[in-house]
Design a protein around this ligand. Structure first.
Ligand code: SF4
Length: 228
């Protein structure tokens, strides 16, 4: 079985074990975009406190957020940490949507995925993982998010080398859905795949793997036996 086929089987196993995940946990695409920027290097609970600050001031609207002075934004997102850098990044992101798409996330979502991704990556503070999270969860594009949890799973299961680059892991994960031709259906798979990997990562596959009771233990054991 190819690595991509095995990864697809792992996805099916996780889906059967955990069920639909219904990500992203937000109330609007704008909130998702803001959350994706704020969650870098920070627990989601801290991001929720920042989002609650913005919501309490009725600022989770594009024009209101764009007009917010940087020093005020910094204070409101303080719970997420790195507030100075994240405020600059957020304002650059809002400026991109304002200048290129007239302030419309719907129009941003209609841009070719490669164009939108390149524009996101051109913003200081937005790396591939954040760009792909915005593409997928805020804009509905079929982008595969590669995070530390996915990296651990594919490396520990022998599906990718330890030093695999972001793009390599992403291509492997996309290859698991190579038969899916419908972009919307592929986006749904990318959405569920990332959410399920985070779920198994939090429950079992942290810095120290806790394989007992993990839904993916069977695949790991077969992989280890095949190597012996
Ligand atoms: S905890 Fe073990 S079985 Fe589960 S995904 Fe990680 S390495 Fe695989």
């Amino acid at each position: 079985m190819t690595a991509a086929a095995r990864l697809r089987t792992l996805y099916d196993t996780l889906a059967a074990a955990y069920g639909p995940q219904h990500w992203w946990p937000s109330e609007s695409p704008l909130e998702t975009m803001v959350g994706a920027c704020l969650t870098q290097g920070t627990a989601w609970t801290s991001v929720e406190r920042s989002l609650a600050n913005l919501r309490a001031r009725d600022l989770l609207h594009f024009d209101a957020l764009l007009a917010l002075p940087e020093d005020e934004l910094r204070e409101l997102i303080r719970p997420s940490g790195f507030m100075q850098r994240k405020a600059v990044t957020l304002r650059a992101l809002l400026a991109l949507v304002a200048t290129e798409y007239g302030g419309s996330l719907e129009r941003f979502a209609e841009a070719p995925a490669e164009t939108a991704r390149a524009q996101l990556l051109a913003i200081t503070g937005i790396g591939p993982e954040t760009a792909d999270a915005i593409l997928l969860y805020a804009l509905g594009q079929p982008a595969m998010v590669v995070d530390e949890y996915l990296r651990r799973v594919v490396v520990r299961h022998g599906l990718a080398p330890e030093r695999a680059r972001y793009a390599e892991v992403q291509q492997l994960a996309l290859a698991a859905f190579a038969g899916e031709r419908d972009p919307a259906a592929l986006a749904d798979h990318c959405n569920e795949f990332h959410a399920l990997v985070v779920e198994v990562g939090k429950a079992h596959c942290g810095r120290t793997p806790d394989c007992a009771g993990c839904p993916l233990r069977g695949d790991l054991e077969r992989h280890q036996q095949a190597r012996e």
